[in-house]
Design a protein around this ligand. Sequence first.
Ligand code: NAP
Length: 491
Amino acid sequence: MTSRTIPVAEFDLVIFGGTGDLAMRKLLPGLYRRDAAGQIPAHSRIIALARTEQDTAAFCDQARASLHEHLDQSECDAALMERFLGRLQYLFNDVTNAESWDQLVTVLDQQPEHVRVYYMAVGPSLFGVIARGLAGVGLHEGNARLVVEKPLGHDLASARSLNAEIGAVFSEDRLYRIDHYLGKETVQNLMALRFANALFEPIWNSNCIDHVQITAAESLGVGSRGSYYDRAGAMRDMVQNHLMQLLCLIAMEPPYTFEADAVRDEKLKVLRALKPIQGRDALLKTVRAQYRAGEDSPSYREEAQNPDSTTDSYVAIKAEIENWRWAGVPFYLRTGKKLRARFTEIAIVFKEPTHSVFAKVTATPVVPNVLSIRLQPDEGLQLQIMTKDPGPGGFRMHDTQLDMQFSAGRSDDWRMPDAYERLLMDVVRGNQTLFMRGDEVEAAWGWIDPIIDAWESIGQEPEAYEPGSRGPMTAMEMLARDGRRWREIEK
Ligand code: NAP
């Protein structure tokens, strides 16, 4: 069983970079699943575009093989597969060649009523080139939308110029900046939890919350992405986008409605309220580190093929939000590669009870309540509460996990939809709520840039950490100074 479907309008989706990794691993499987769920209208088309000279039949062979690799075998139904492949067309076109746009015009003009979605699955240096190419042949008009994905700049200045380049052709209401974390079911559930339940809002502040931890740990190293990653590092690749978006969703005020700009206005206020980390403050409030070689695994520098690299493969930050709701509540962020496990979690750690009623009758310490929002490996929510052990004879207590599994009550073949399924259909629908606005991206860079500048001016070298570990010692010390400790990176 797949997730419930709400029909969308007939569309043509053009994937620039249709033969690449993003298209093959994420976009085509996501579209196949939506097609299998019956959400893709009968005449909708997917037009893949790249420089490789091949025809549509050869592209379909490549797509079929890739779908078999990236979907569960139970999802690969022969009739559905043929129907889906029947929607694909391939155009070979170097987008830097100004004379090569005619074929795309011919194909798209066959269905002038269709919603047009242009997905940039190419490097960001081509975003402006493609936007101008589309404008040059009038394909940017009407029902056309442009989708871009990270990296959205390298710093504030480059993010501004990227926004200006694409913004010169597509107005903000037709620009979709994807952060796929926002398409994850658990992340949307965080908003449902906060804003559709009366229970949490009164305690969602510094009166009841001690601190927040956001962890995005990976067990793998940089692998074949080494040369790209070495120019970015964990700060630019993970913190500036994914971790800061999660922080915004936890910290934002309730929007007056769940419409795009109402939600994005509230996220922007959080980004603007972040206390700057500048100069030597960076030594106390940030940690940057790089994994060393293990017994049988290469070091970061070996994988990145840069023996002098000072790029961070791990970052931890103590972020503070200067507003009434969050005064005195630190948000600890950490992300890294080659850690103990692949594990992404937001943990809201509540304060301890103000008075211990049970201190004289039990030796068991009362541990604080924790609301844990797990993004991977198993998406779901857990609430840690204290309960009494059943039975007579004393009063023994322990902490219990109230498990709020999303799969509970669903049939055995239910599966969690992938973020791209949701986001692609939202673009066709014209719903921007789960996409970043240009000013959000710039505000995030505006907070990140001074930290990177501080690292450079202090000359702070990354600390080495063991592969497969919980991260560097200084990250543990950063929390210990505040009388706290990181949550376990669970295997
Ligand atoms: P990739 O595997 O290198 O694919 C790039 C695609 O662009 C290929 O189809 C390539 O095909 C095409 N291309 C390159 N130059 C072109 C040109 N001048 N004209 C037309 N097509 C051209 O890269 P990717 O991993 O898919 O990533 C694409 C973008 O998405 C990058 O900016 C990346 O940072 C971002 N992204 C990727 C992922 C992911 O999971 N892969 C996740 C998030 C963001 P030809 O060489 O045949 O032209």
